[in-house]
Design a protein around this ligand. Structure first.
Ligand code: ZN
Ligand code: ZN
Length: 419
């Protein structure tokens, strides 16, 4: 026996029928009709070409598909219906993050071909079985995946989920997306939101206030919460602290906006790009430094001393090393990304002995269900002026947006889906 709920969609009218029809996991209450008049077709779970197959198809979508090392290719695809504990989201916007760029290069754990995208925001379009926290039409910001059951998740620290790498980068779950009938990898960061619709675990969707413009809110789910959370949740500057942020991209600038809300007195922005330093100044930096050689010495000259708190957003080993060297005794350096080229970090051991610390910070140590609504309020209040870092593109221009991000022309591209 199975419980299959059919939601028959007419404009603004939904009728839910629950009928008992079957037995497999994919047959348990996971099929809905959406307002698009979506179709579904039968199928169980199996394996093809190394990709685990998901269940029935739900809706036709447009998606950006990445083959190994290649740029995005727009395709029409089939997206499965949401299973238990999952929702389907109709995307309104999705940010592009450097992690998308990294994953597109096929140099990490992400398999290809794959639909990337992990800063989605949109509206709940269909609800799977056993979802209790979200309803059709809810505006949501999507964020990272976590298992919900490991020691870190149990401790309320989902960003450090023991299964995070597999859940966010492995794309190992049953695929939700088929292109021309062939399965492609999905579930990147639990989302694969470079698409008109995405299936996500309900834990990874955060309901937000209805007046929040979703194209502004999309980056909250990764880049903004990474930078802001590092400062507000972990580093927590003390009154009068001197804080340096290395890298003035979207993560670093979010950290600067957050630092401005703290009792830190001096906020130093460090970047090679002088235009970005100007943006950093506008968003709250009190001191600017062009990155380059002898960084720690030049910081000492600029400040007349060291820094109490540093935050590296570059992942460049030499910059992280300089950040450690710039710390005052008992100072702390946070870092949010590891070197792209696989190099490890060196540590000035004698220097660090004097109470100095270095700490890795994932997703700003955020508890997204609490932190993202707080960030939304900060954006809506004007305290976080994301308009200064976001450039919007229509979804069809995703390749241009990627290129502009890689060249540094755009700080934070956000792709918009027309209604
Ligand atoms: Zn990201
Ligand atoms: Zn976990």
């Amino acid at each position: 026996m199975l419980n299959r709920a059919l939601r028959i969609g007419l404009p603004n009218i939904y009728v839910t029928l629950t009928i008992d029809v079957g037995a497999s996991p994919w047959d348990r209450g996971d099929e809905r009709f959406s307002r698009d008049g979506a179709h579904f077709s039968g199928g169980g779970s199996s394996q093809t070409g190394g990709i685990r197959l998901g269940g029935r198809h739900g809706v036709k979508i447009e998606a950006a598909l990445f083959d190994a090392g290649a740029g995005p290719r727009l395709v029409v695809a089939d997206l499965a219906a949401p299973g238990p504990h999952q929702i389907r989201v109709k995307l309104a916007a999705v940010g592009i993050c450097h992690t998308d760029v990294k994953a597109s290069l096929a140099c990490g754990p992400v398999p290809h071909p794959v639909v990337l995208g992990h800063e989605g925001a949109g509206h709940v379009d269909a609800v799977g079985a056993d979802v209790t926290n979200l309803q059709l039409g809810d505006p949501v910001v999507l964020t990272f995946a976590a298992c919900g059951a490991c020691p870190a998740c149990d401790a309320g620290e989902p960003a450090y989920c023991h299964h995070s790498v597999v859940l966010n980068f492995g794309c190992e779950g049953p695929t939700m997306i088929h292109v021309d009938g062939a399965p492609v990898h999905s579930g990147f960061f639990g989302q694969s939101s470079f698409a008109t619709y995405a299936i996500v675990d309900a834990k990874s969707a955060v309901r937000v206030r209805v007046d929040a413009p979703l194209s502004l809110m999309a980056p909250l789910g990764c880049g903004v919460q990474t930078g802001a959370g590092a400062v507000l949740n972990v580093l927590k500057p003390h009154p009068g602290a001197t804080l340096a942020v290395f890298g003035a991209g979207s993560v670093g600038l979010s950290a600067i906006m957050a630092a401005k809300l703290t009792p830190a007195c001096r906020i130093v922005a460090v970047d090679r790009n002088e235009a970005r330093l100007g943006t950093a100044r506008a968003l709250g930096a009190t001191h600017l430094l062009v990155a380059g050689d002898n960084l720690e010495e030049r910081l000492q000259v600029l400040l007349g001393g060291g820094v109490d708190i540093g935050l590296d957003t570059t992942g460049v080993p030499e910059v992280i090393y300089a950040g450690m060297k710039a710390l005052n005794p008992r100072g702390t350096l946070g870092y949010v990304t590891s070197p792209w080229d696989g190099r490890d970090l060196a540590m000035p051991g004698r220097h660090m002995l004097w109470g100095r610390k270095i700490v890795g910070i994932v997703q700003g140590s955020s508890r997204p269900q609490c932190f993202i609504p707080a960030l939304v309020d900060l954006v809506m209040s004007g305290a976080f002026d994301l308009r200064q870092i976001i450039t919007e593109y229509p979804f069809e221009k995703i390749a241009e947006a990627f290129a502009d991000m890689k060249s540094g022309k755009t700080i934070k591209p956000v792709l918009r889906f027309d209604p």
